[in-house]
Design a protein around this ligand. Structure first.
Ligand code: ARG
Length: 575
């Protein structure tokens, strides 16, 4: 019986009263359920129905409506009190109801508590992370990686079948440059030893040298053309560069518990662009402009979408059109989600528009989820690869710092390295996902790693505290009958917070905002820590109180754990 169920039940009651007292009004239970608000001050109630929203439909004044509704609740079931105050119907949910209806449910459902079924039977494809091979996998990719994966997990939690696709940037003229650079200055052993870093270094060197020797650019173009034409040696190098890169990306992904279903990069679609071009021609959408092929989008207030270069080679947009069509055919999705920086918003608006013009009625199932820019310590931190900060470096730096803190606070911890990584990496991701995704964000590493305040370490630490309380109590009580215990105020507040988990999942899903989950975790942590300080858990005043509180702690642990997993954090049992 989560707060969603509670709202639905209340809405049914409210509708019954309306049908009785206002027979001419037409409002649905669903509409009513969506009108409930959380009062700003718990003293006013746990839920409030703003009756001015009903004034028009009921043709009556809000205070009168509120009074009519209040008189119909007689204090049984979920409602303890219902009061009409200034046009609001203020409702206090019964603690006994939360105690008996919610707590045993969380304990029984375990990791299934909070799941929704709104996505049952539907498939969603997620295109995220997608770094460009040979270019640095930098902190700007944190957005695509963390938001993308979190959205995938949230969809799964809501019943969707999901497909995770890494649309690697594995095609384009940068490979011509890399091949030239490798042949001139590269060394096999060095590349094998240093992996991506060496590839990026070669790529950076290419650009430096090309400033003085512009003929290198022609050479690179020629090598890329040979690659396009299937030159065996170039293909061999190209495949090697990609394999090396994926191997390293996977290390970063493992730190975040990410596994992709497909590493189908841009190159995968090159031979599928022909069909797209034929279709565009068939629909008379393709125009030639200064040699290049474009789709004119002026009518829709957008610049033209570039599809083919004047030499006929494919570009990013063409490969994205082919990818969308391929995915629809292969996965039969009901939703295809792309997570990239806001700089690509126009690109996706164009792609989705062109798909619509091509006659694909599923074009409206495509969703672009943009995010703002990411910088570290005010952008001052530079690395050996130039002026960008690599994602793995920032994770390593955070991990090192946590190791230092833990060596002082808990020197005997088992798996200290593993835990430090979970906390260090988690801190970065948690901080990142606690902001609205579209906002530009700057990390101040020291703040992010604090064990106090609204940080990832604080949330993980609260989880570990629950684990240790349960251990101290000798495990979770087997019997989940709490009827003999009257919850106190901090306990009721905590139960109410737990009851909101499915709603947080629904909100995060509807707004494509992992932040909703991050903030939810923080409010559960705050409610738990208040309970922890005000109520004795182990060694409580009675056996009933102790059984209830340990069980409540287990429910909190369950909910914080599930929620942290939804935002890509790991949950060590001990920190
Ligand atoms: N590789 C691109 C980049 O790093 C992101 C690709 C996004 N996905 C797509 N289907 N275009 O900017």
């Amino acid at each position: 019986m989560s707060i969603l169920d509670c709202k639905n039940a209340l809405a049914a009651d409210v509708c019954r009263v309306i049908a009785d007292k206002y027979p001419q009004a037409a409002v649905t239970e669903e509409e009513i359920a969506g009108m409930f608000e959380y009062p700003p001050d718990a003293g006013m109630g746990d839920l409030a129905l703003p009756c001015f929203k009903l004034a028009r439909a009921l043709r009556s004044a809000p205070p009168k409506i509120a009074a009519d509704l209040a008189s119909a609740f007689d204090g049984d079931g979920a409602v303890e009190t219902a009061e009409a105050v200034n046009g609001y119907l203020n409702i206090k949910v019964s603690s006994a109801f939360l105690r008996d209806g919610l707590l045993p449910e969380i304990l029984a459902e375990k990791e299934n508590y909070g799941r929704l079924h709104t996505g049952d039977g539907k498939t969603a494809v997620f295109d995220y992370s997608s770094p460009n091979v040979a270019k640095p996998f930098h902190v700007g990719h944190l957005g695509s990686t963390a938001i993308g994966h979190s959205l995938k997990l949230i969809h799964e939690f809501a019943g969707w079948k999901t497909v995770a696709v890494n649309h690697l940037g594995d095609w384009g003229t940068q490979f011509g440059k890399l091949i030239v650079a490798y042949r001139r200055w590269g060394d096999k052993a060095e590349v094998e030893a240093k992996g991506i870093d060496e590839l990026v270094a070669l790529y950076v060197r290419f650009h430096k040298e090309a400033e003085e020797h512009p003929e290198l650019e022609d050479e690179a173009r020629a090598e890329f053309t040979r690659l396009e034409n299937g030159d065996e040696q170039n293909i061999g190098l190209w495949k090697w560069f990609i394999a090396l890169s994926i191997e390293e990306y996977k290390k970063t992904y493992a730190q975040l518990n990410i596994e992709f279903d497909h590493y189908t990069g841009e190159s995968f679609y090159v031979d599928k662009v022909g069909e797209v071009i034929d279709l565009l021609r068939e629909k008379d959408l393709l125009k030639v402009d200064q040699g290049a092929s474009i789709v004119d989008l002026e009518e829709y207030g957008m610049p033209p979408a570039l599809i083919l270069k004047s030499d006929g080679s494919t570009i990013y947009a063409a490969r994205d059109l082919a990818a969308a069509i391929y995915r629809k055919r292969t996965f039969d999705f009901s939703r295809c989600v792309y997570v990239t920086s806001a700089q690509q918003s126009l690109h996706f608006a164009q792609i989705f528009k062109v798909l619509g013009l091509m006659g694909f009625d599923w074009a409206d199932q495509m969703v672009h989820v943009p995010y703002g820019t990411v910088s570290i310590d005010g952008g001052k931190l530079a690395t050996r690869t130039g002026n960008v900060v690599l994602l793995k470096d920032i994770f390593a730096r955070a991990t090192e710092k946590v190791k230092g803190i833990m060596a002082e606070k808990n020197p005997d911890l088992e798996n200290a390295d593993e835990v430090a990584e979970a906390v260090g990496v988690g801190a970065i991701v948690f901080h990142y996902l606690s902001n609205s995704r579209i906002k530009d964000i700057n990390f101040v590493i020291d703040d992010v790693l604090s064990f106090e305040g609204n940080t990832g370490p604080y949330a993980q630490y609260t989880y570990a505290r629950c684990a240790s309380i349960i251990e101290k109590a000798g495990g979770v009580p087997a019997d989940a009958d709490f009827a003999g215990y009257e919850p106190q105020e901090p306990e009721k507040a905590l139960l109410l917070e737990l009851s909101r988990f499915p709603e947080a999942v629904a909100d995060a899903l509807a707004s494509y905002e992992p932040m909703v989950i991050t903030r939810y975790v923080l409010s559960v942590c705050a409610a738990f820590n208040r309970f922890y300080h005000e109520c004795r858990i182990v060694g409580a005043e009675s056996g009933e109180a102790s059984k209830f509180r340990v069980s409540l702690t287990a429910a909190v642990k369950q909910v914080i754990g599930s929620a942290l997993h939804l935002i890509c954090l790991k949950t060590p049992e001990k920190i």
